[in-house]
Design a protein around this ligand. Structure first.
Ligand code: UDX
Ligand code: UDX
Length: 436
C-alpha cells in the first residue's frame, strides 16, 4: 500500500484517485477549488461518470480515499504525487500549462523526502523535463524521480478504462521510480495488463500519437462518408468491410457530425504545435482538424437543403453532449450547429438526457425540453447529434405525428432508413442513402 496524492480532482483526477484507492492504496484527492472538495467531502460527485459515485463512496467508507484543499500538506504527507490538473488548449494551439506550473512550484516548495512525481494529465512532449527543472530550481538538492503515466480514459467509460486498461505506459529515468510505479499498478498484474516501461519523452509521445490517430481515423471515415454520398455508396457497409481487416479494426470508423470532447481537439492542436516547434510538422493531423471543423458546419448545410429557408422555422435538436453517457458538451458538434441555426433565425428546441444544464451555460436563450417528444412537437425539422439510446429506440410513427413536417437529419446514422421511407419522412444522414 502506498500513500498517494492526486492534485487536480477533475474528471481524470477523481477517476484515477478512486481507482487507485480501489487498488488498496491510501489516496488523497486535492484541488484548489474548495467548493469541489466540499462537495466531495459531503458525498456529492461533481461530474457525471457511470459507476464513479459508488466507487468513491466504497473507498471513502474504507478509509482509503480522502479529499483536501490543502495542497501543500498533502504533498508533504505522500510518497507519490499525481498531477492531473487541466491542460486546456491555450493560444496558437499549444497546451496551457499554467495549472501544471503552479502545481510543480507547490511540489518544489513542499518536497520533504524522496517522492515520485507523476504526470497523468496530457502534456506536450518535453514537459517532464520542464517540471523537473522547475522543482530543481526551487530545491536544487530535491530527492525525487519524475514519471510520465498518461491516461487513456474515455468519458462515459472511464472507470472501466482505468480498471481494465489495454496498457499502462510508464515513462521513467530510474529503475527505482519504475519499481514504485509497478507497485502502484500491482493490482493489474492479475489480469496481465501490459505495463510498458519507456523513457519520459516516449510516454508523453504515446499519448498524443494514440489520441491523434484515433481522431484521424474519425476524420478519415467522415471524408469517406461524404464521398459515399456523392457516388451512391453506403459508408456503413464500407466501414464494416474495412473493419474486418484486422489491421484496420472496426473501432472508430463511425461517421458523424465531427468529433468533440475535451481531449481530441486540444490534443491534436497541441501535437501540431509540437511538430511546428520542432521543425517536424504533421500535415495529416492538420488536415484531420480542418476536416473535423468543416464536418460540423456541413451538417447545417444539409439542414438548409432539407428545409431550404431556415429563417423563422422551428428545429428540434436531439443530443447536446459530445457523445452519449456523459453530460460534457466541450467542443460538441451541437455548439456549432445550434450557433449556426440561431444565426439563421431558427427557433431551436433542444433536448438531451443529461447535458442540458451544461449546454445552457453556452446557449441560455434557446428553448429546452424535458423529453424528445416535447422538443419535436410542431417542429419543421429534427436533427440528431448524439447517439443516445433513447433516440435509437425512438418510435418514428410517434415522431411523425408530433412534428409539423416529417423532416429529419440523422447525423449519427442510428435510424432505420427503410422505416423512415415507409413513413414518408424526408431524411438525410452521413454517408448513406438520402430521400430524393
Ligand atoms: C485533464 C486534462 O485537461 C487533460 O489534458 C488530460 O487528458 C486529463 O486531465 P480533466 O480532468 O478533464 O482533464 O481536467 P479538468 O476537468 O480541467 O480538471 C482539472 C482540475 O484541476 C480542476 O478541478 C481544477 O480545479 C484543478 N486544478 C487546476 C488544481 O487543482 N490546481 C490548479 O492549479 C489548477
Ligand atoms: C478520447 C479517447 O478515446 C481516450 O482514449 C482519451 O484518453 C481521451 O479522448 P473521449 O474524448 O472521452 O476519449 O471520447 P471518445 O469515445 O474517444 O469520443 C471522442 C469523440 O469522437 C466523440 O465526439 C465521439 O462522438 C466521436 N467519435 C468516436 C466518432 O465520431 N466516431 C467514432 O467512431 C468514435
Amino acid at each position: 500500500m502506498r500513500r498517494i496524492t492526486i492534485i487536480g480532482t477533475g474528471y481524470v483526477g477523481l477517476v484515477s484517485g478512486a481507482g487507485l484507492s480501489e487498488f488498496g492504496h491510501h489516496v488523497i484527492c486535492s484541488d484548489v477549488d474548495k467548493n469541489k472538495i466540499k462537495e466531495l467531502k459531503s458525498g456529492q460527485i461533481p461530474i457525471y461518470e457511470r459507476g464513479l459515485e459508488s466507487l468513491v463512496k466504497q473507498n471513502v467508507a474504507k478509509g482509503r480515499l480522502h479529499f483536501s484543499w490543502d495542497v501543500h500538506k498533502v504533498i508533504q504527507d505522500s510518497e507519490i504525487i499525481f498531477i492531473t490538473v487541466g491542460t486546456p488548449q491555450g493560444n496558437n494551439g499549444e497546451s496551457d500549462l499554467g495549472a501544471v506550473e503552479s502545481v510543480a512550484k507547490a511540489i518544489g516548495e513542499n518536497l520533504n523526502g524522496y517522492k515520485v512525481i507523476c504526470t497523468k494529465s496530457t502534456v506536450p512532449v518535453g514537459t517532464g523535463k520542464w517540471i523537473e527543472d522547475i522543482i530543481r530550481t526551487i530545491q536544487p538538492n530535491a530527492d525525487f524521480d519524475y514519471v510520465s503515466n498518461p491516461e487513456f480514459l474515455r468519458e462515459g467509460a472511464a472507470i472501466k478504462d482505468f480498471m481494465h486498461p489495454d496498457r499502462v505506459v510508464i515513462g521513467t529515468r530510474t529503475s527505482k521510480a519504475l519499481e514504485v510505479m509497478r507497485e502502484v499498478y500491482r493490482a493489474l498484474y492479475i489480469n496481465e495488463t501490459p505495463i510498458l516501461s519507456t523513457s519520459v519523452e516516449t510516454a508523453e509521445m504515446v499519448k498524443y500519437a494514440s489520441n491523434a490517430f484515433l481522431a484521424l481515423k474519425i476524420s478519415y471515415i467522415n471524408e469517406i462518408a461524404n464521398l459515399c454520398e456523392m457516388v451512391g455508396a453506403d459508408v456503413h457497409e464500407v466501414a464494416r468491410a474495412m473493419g474486418l481487416d484486422g489491421r484496420i479494426s472496426p473501432k472508430f470508423l463511425h461517421p458523424g457530425p465531427g468529433f468533440g470532447g475535451s481531449c481530441f481537439p486540444k490534443d491534436m492542436h497541441a501535437l501540431v504545435a509540437t511538430g511546428l516547434k520542432n521543425n517536424s510538422p504533421l500535415p495529416t493531423i492538420e488536415a484531420a482538424i480542418k476536416t473535423n471543423v468543416s464536418q460540423k458546419t456541413r451538417m447545417v448545410g444539409k439542414l438548409k437543403r432539407l428545409i431550404n429557408d431556415l429563417n423563422g422555422k422551428t428545429v428540434a435538436v436531439l443530443g447536446l453532449a459530445f457523445k452519449p453517457q456523459t453530460d460534457d458538451v466541450r467542443e460538441a458538434a451541437s455548439k456549432v450547429v445550434v450557433s449556426e441555426l440561431v444565426k439563421s433565425g431558427v427557433i431551436v428546441h433542444a433536448y438531451d438526457p443529461i447535458a442540458i444544464e451544461n449546454f445552457k451555460n453556452h446557449f441560455p436563450d434557446i428553448n429546452y425540453f424535458g423529453s424528445w417528444q416535447g422538443a419535436v412537437k410542431d417542429a419543421d425539422a429534427c436533427i440528431i447529434l448524439t447517439e443516445w439510446n433513447e433516440f435509437r429506440g425512438m418510435d418514428l410513427g410517434e415522431l411523425k405525428t408530433l412534428m409539423k413536417v416529417p423532416i429529419i437529419l440523422d447525423t449519427k446514422n442510428i435510424l432505420n432508413i427503410q422505416e423512415l421511407e415507409s413513413l414518408d419522412f424526408t431524411y438525410d444522414n452521413v454517408g448513406r442513402r438520402k430521400s430524393e
